[in-house]
Design a protein around this ligand. Sequence first.
Ligand code: PNS
Length: 160
Amino acid sequence: MNTAIYPGSFDPVTNGHLDVIKRSAKIFDKVIVAVAKNPTKTPMFTIEERTKLLSRVLKSMDNVEVDHFDGLLVDYAKAKDASVIIKGLRAISDFEYEFQMALMNRKLDSSIETLFMMTSYKYSFLSSSMMKEIGRLGGCIGELVPDEILEDVKAKLKDA
Ligand code: PNS
């Protein structure tokens, strides 16, 4: 089975992530959307909440699984028998950091390939952090996050 991992913080999942997941699911037999603990960030949603929100959004996609992980991504990929890591690229500004991570992951485990997928044009400006800032400041986030989680995001932003 041709399995790919799509890792990220997903704090929370946006329509940009969803676009990459849907397109990846057409290419691979199985896509594991893996929520990273990432101790360098202070997320708005806990890892359990982020995983639950993703599961709700992706429940109708038969070949997509949602999971979370701690530790090195390449170790997680190996444990899941996945040989490909998918990363979404929005703009040139993403490239330098993503390129560095891809090369480091290759150094850690050369059997795992990183595949970059260009985000659709209409989501090229979208990030979880920008969406949260817009929401906090009272802007409309309805077209930025999946419908299934919109109320959860609004409620969390109100509390934050
Ligand atoms: O959505 P993000 O925050 O850009 O995702 C970054 C993520 C989770 C993909 C990256 O931080 C990661 O792979 N973390 C796992 C730990 C790891 O393997 N670090 C070394 C990467 S070279």
